[in-house]
Design a protein around this ligand. Structure first.
Ligand SMILES: [Zn+2]
Length: 130
């Protein structure tokens, strides 16, 4: 596990106009240890896109992550640097995709049902499909 300083996590969720802490909570532990530098970019993308972001997975503690059937070990989710989002329509997905690129999110995974975005610099940049 990488070391993460306490002040790198979001402490004041009220600064995010379109997101609430519970949306990012780990279903197992209930903790939502999201990092500020990720949430700041996510909020900027949300504001630019102007469409609803439905968060299906945010923070995951390591045990929970590893218990998921298709999870990647050492996932950006366990560092609070990622989330999965579903959208109301393909048009919304495309607006969000453009906004993610605009704010400098360089890792985007696209599945039929959701998009994964993360800002984990220790992993290679890229856009991939599931
Ligand atoms: Zn993900």
């Amino acid at each position: 596990m990488k070391e993460i300083k306490k002040d790198e996590f979001v402490s004041d969720w009220s600064i995010y106009e379109n997101f609430e802490k519970w949306e990012f909570a780990c279903p197992s532990s209930g903790k939502a240890y999201m990092q500020k530098r990720f949430m700041d970019k996510l909020q900027r993308a949300r504001t630019i896109a102007g469409v609803s972001f439905h968060i299906s997975s945010g923070y995951r503690d390591e045990a929970y992550n590893d218990s998921l059937p298709n999870s990647v070990p050492n996932s950006a989710h366990i560092y609070g640097l990622a989330c999965d989002i579903w959208f109301d329509s393909m048009a919304d997905r495309l607006k969000a995709f453009d906004a993610f690129r605009e704010v400098g999110i360089k890792r985007i995974g696209i599945s039929k049902g959701f998009m994964h975005v993360d800002v984990d610099d220790s992993k290679p940049e890229g856009i991939w499909g599931y």
